[in-house]
Structures are given as structure tokens and as C-alpha cells.
Design a protein around this ligand. Structure first.
Ligand code: NAD
Length: 477
């Protein structure tokens, strides 16, 4: 094993040297060309949109290969459409975002001027995960390109067909020193994260987020970390249980629960659990009449993740939880196809794996609370989540939850859809991440807001130069 690990260290060093050289070429090209103007950036966005739409069926196929089964609709709606909407939004607002801002100057410095110049940071690195392998690679790319940067992208090796298709798409429309796609496994990812980018976006687990941030710190590279966690769904007293169940099951079953913003667990008012379970059964059967042969119901990405989910269920069962499998047609599901029927979990306890770890699959623990304060306290006793969902019509209760909890984003009376909004910033807080992309905030993430002070021809700051006398006493009066 020592020769294997030194071979992998060699491979790591090799990858690092190659990637360093590539980054060097992008940086040199960036210095040479300077910041692209508005028309050039629009042209980049147009090209990306056109190529992506032309290749959308190729991505349906590639992502389908990576998952075994991946709903075509999910790929078109949650990957292609989200990216296209990001492009459209950036295009519509780019002019306003790029505009130099004029700022106020203190009266003692007048008639000088102050401006903030929007400048691309330079070369942005993007490391993306497998669960929405196209969206989570290209949506940050849109922000980085709109802001005028060059980009190196490292897609997940767990979605390797998509990674190759992304490489093909990008190489058809961008020069290799403009946007470069780098493929490979953990060695390459590790070397990639050590490069002195001007900004690094990492989407993935909280555990790896820490490793990436450490590597970036060595270069003082600023990071945007899009991480995970356990996103709660709280059902309020005044909300119809059937509707809440439909919306929670929608969020839990999309991509078979392999979504960073999927509702991880539910908090229900005491006494409503049985009704909620019945409504979840109905909602699932309505959305997915079949499981095994249903092309709309996505498979678990690989055996490791399938086994991980099974181990959560085993652990919960062993510790006395009640598991309710939503397999209404009693289908025999082949573990090799990795289609997993959703499982509702009652009497989940804190020390169970599925209450400790982000679930990232179609398992839904259901807990109950007596007062809204208790539900809020439960959320606040746990790491700050990426999303929080609250089902309630009473605005006072909504305001209370909004003010008293902290999360990356919030959906009121809906799951997931806040992420599909191009004009809402997206990002976690604490262990669910830091920084934002999407919307103007995304443009700003990849932009240096450079303050510029213009002295006037009539130099007024002589006021501040020695000999001082007592002028400052006069100003401070
Ligand atoms: P992951 O953390 O396993 O891997 C993500 C990426 O990290 C991959 O491209 C991989 O090659 C790379 N990587 C692996 N080892 C690395 C290393 N040592 N240094 C640097 N990079 C390395 O994540 P995953 O399993 O692909 O995705 C699941 C997790 O991602 C979940 O926790 C989920 O919540 C989170 N997620 C978050 C968001 C978000 O937007 N906040 C979106 C999707 C997924």
C-alpha cells in the first residue's frame, strides 16, 4: 500500500504541475486581453446558451448514463432550464451590473469624486458535484463569465459521462485559455483546489468544503462554498396536511432526494403524523404510479450511496424506528438498478444515523412538536441548514420563523423552487456554506468592486496637509 500511495502522490504532483501550467496560460491570456467589454460578454453568454440548447438531448443521455436512470424531465427542468434562465437573467441585467457606480465624497474632500469600478477578478476555479452535474457546473460558470472572468472547471468524477459531455460542449465554444474543463478523480480535485485561483467555487459536502477552504487559504484564494446539511420542513398548525405532504414529497422525490436543498426531515404539529403519512402515500402514488420501470423516478447514483442509504434504514430499524416504505404496487426492486422506494421514518431518535447525517436520498424522518417555539428551538439546536421550508398562511407565524431561524434560503409553502429563481441569491450559511451566486450577488462574487478616488483639479485636501494649525479642530466641531 505504501507503493500505491506514493504512486498516487506522484500522480497528484503530475496533475498539479499540469494544472498549474494551464492556470498560467489562462492568467496570461487574461492579462493580455484585459476585461472583456459588454458586447464580448453577451457574445459568450449567447454562445453558451445556444450550444447548451443544441446539446440538451446529449446531456439527457449523459446524465442518464451516470445515474442509470435519470428523469429526462428533471434534466431538462432542473439542469438545462435553470442554466438557460441564469443566462437570460444575466444578459438582461449585465449592462446595469457592469456600470461604474458613483459614490458620495465627504464634504471636506470635495470637489473630488468617488467611483466603484466593477472588475473581473481574473481566473475562477469551479469544483462541481455529481447530483446536478450540469446545473452546478454551468450556473457558476454563467456568473463568472458575465463578470468577465476566465474559468477552469472540474466536474465530478462520479458523473463522468456528463463531465466528458461538458468538456465537449465547452471546447466547441470557448478557446482553451478562456474556459477549460479538467476531468479526473480525487487526485485531480485535490491538485485543482491547491491552485492560486482568483476565486474558487466549491459545491459539495461540508466535509470536503473544509479541506478545500484550507487548500485555498494557502493561496489566500477567496472561496464560495456551496455545501449541504439537513434542511428542515416545518408544517404549521394552520396549513392543510395534504398540501404540505404533496410539496414535501415533491422535494424529497425529485432526483430521488439527491438534492442539496431537499427537505431532509419534517417537523409536524403533534397528532398530525398519521394523517401526514397517509397523505404522503397518496402524493407519491399520484406522482409516481410505478417505481422500477418509471423513467420519471431517478435512481441512486451508485452502489456506495445506495448502501449508505440502506445502512441508515438498518440503523434506524435496529434502534426502534418505524419504517414505512412507499411501494404501493409492491414492486420487487432490483438493488442493482438502485431504484429506491421512498421510506417514511417515525420515531426517529437523535442518535440515529439518519438524524446525524445529511440523508441525500428518498428517506423522510417525521418528528412532531407541541409549540412553534419548540420547532424553532429544534432547528436552532442543529447546524445552520442550507434551506428551511415552512408551511403556514399566518403571516405572524411566518415572520417569527423567518426572524428566529437562520438558513441559507427559505421556501414558504413550497420546497426547492427558491433555488430556481435567477433573481434570488443562492448560498448557505455556516456549515451549509458561504457566499452566493445567482442574481446580482453572483456577479458580485466574481467581481472586484474597486474603489477609485478622483482628485479634482482644485485640490481641496490641502486642508489636511501640514502645517496643520488648528484646522482639524474646526472640522471636528
Ligand atoms: P463531494 O463533496 O463528495 O464532491 C464534490 C466535488 O469535490 C467533486 O468534484 C470531487 O471531485 C471533488 N473532490 C473530491 N475530493 C476532493 C479534495 N480532496 N479536494 C477538493 N475537491 C475534492 O460532494 P458530492 O458527493 O459530489 O455531493 C454531495 C454533497 O454536496 C452533499 O452534501 C450536498 O448537500 C452538497 N451539495 C451542495 C449544493 C449546494 O449548492 N449548496 C449542491 C449540490 C450538492
Amino acid at each position: 500500500s505504501s507503493s500505491a500511495s506514493s504512486a498516487s502522490a506522484d500522480a497528484g504532483r503530475g496533475a498539479h504541475a499540469e494544472l498549474s501550467a494551464l492556470l498560467g496560460r489562462l492568467k496570461a491570456a487574461q492579462r493580455k486581453s484585459g476585461a472583456p467589454d459588454y458586447d464580448t460578454r453577451i457574445d459568450h453568454l449567447d454562445k453558451l446558451e445556444k450550444a447548451l440548447l443544441a446539446r440538451k438531448e446529449d446531456f439527457v443521455k449523459a446524465i442518464g448514463m451516470d445515474f442509470g436512470t435519470r428523469s429526462r424531465h428533471e434534466t431538462l427542468a432542473a439542469e438545462v432550464m435553470v442554466v438557460v434562465n441564469e443566462i437570460k437573467h444575466a444578459r438582461a441585467h449585465l449592462h446595469e451590473w457592469m456600470e461604474t457606480e458613483s459614490r458620495e465624497i465627504g464634504w471636506t474632500f470635495l470637489p473630488a469624486r468617488g467611483e466603484v469600478l466593477m472588475q473581473p477578478v481574473g481566473v475562477v476555479g469551479i469544483i462541481s458535484p455529481w447530483n446536478y452535474p450540469l446545473q452546478l457546473a454551468l450556473a457558476p460558470l454563467v456568473g463568472a463569465l458575465a463578470a468577465g472572468n476566465r474559468v477552469m472547471l472540474k466536474p465530478s468524477e462520479l458523473a463522468s459521462d456528463t463531465a466528458e459531455m461538458t468538456k465537449t460542449l465547452i471546447s466547441e465554444i470557448f478557446e482553451p485559455d478562456h474556459v477549460a474543463v479538467v476531468t479526473g478523480g480525487v487526485d485531480v480535485a485535490d491538485a485543482f483546489s491547491r491552485l492560486p485561483f482568483d476565486h474558487l467555487v466549491f459545491t459539495g459536502s461540508t466535509r470536503l468544503g473544509k479541506i478545500v477552504m484550507k487548500a485555498a487559504a494557502e493561496n489566500l484564494t477567496p472561496v464560495t462554498l456551496e455545501l449541504g446539511g439537513k434542511s428542515p420542513a416545518i408544517v404549521g398548525d394552520g396549513y392543510a396536511i395534504a398540501q404540505a405532504a404533496q410539496k414535501v414529497m415533491f422535494g424529497k422525490c425529485l432526483n430521488a432526494g439527491q438534492t442539496c436543498v431537499a427537505p431532509d426531515y419534517v417537523l409536524l404539529p403533534k397528532g398530525r403524523a398519521d394523517a401526514f403519512v397517509e397523505e404522503c402515500k397518496k402524493a407519491f402514488a399520484e406522482m409516481y404510479p410505478l417505481i422500477g420501470s418509471n423513467p420519471d423516478y431517478t435512481a441512486i447514483i451508485n452502489d456506495r450511496h445506495y448502501d449508505r442509504l440502506q445502512s441508515y434504514l438498518e440503523d434506524a430499524r435496529d434502534r426502534g424506528a418505524k419504517l414505512i416504505e412507499l411501494n404501493h404496487k409492491n414492486e420487487t426492486l432490483d438493488p442493482n438498478a438502485r431504484k429506491m422506494a421512498p421510506v417514511l421514518v417515525l420515531h426517529a431518535k437523535e442518535d440515529m444515523l439518519l438524524m446525524q447525517e445529511e440523508i441525500f436520498g428518498p428517506i423522510l424522518p417525521i418528528k412532531t412538536y407541541e409549540t412553534l417555539d419548540e420547532a424553532i428551538a429544534y432547528v436552532n439546536d442543529h447546524p445552520r441548514p442550507l434551506s428551511l421550508y415552512f408551511f403556514e398562511h399566518d403571516q405572524k407565524a411566518i415572520d417569527k420563523v423567518l426572524r428566529e431561524t437562520m438558513s441559507g434560503g427559505v421556501g414558504i409553502n413550497e420546497t426547492m423552487l427558491h433555488v430556481a429563481q435567477s433573481d434570488l441569491p443562492f448560498g448557505g450559511i455556516g456549515p451549509s456554506g458561504m457566499g452566493h451566486y445567482h442574481a446580482r450577488e453572483g456577479f458580485e462574487t466574481f467581481t472586484k468592486k474597486k474603489p477609485v478616488f478622483y482628485q479634482s483639479r482644485i485640490n481641496s485636501t490641502s486642508l489636511l496637509k501640514p502645517p496643520f494649525g488648528s484646522r482639524i479642530d474646526f472640522v471636528l466641531k
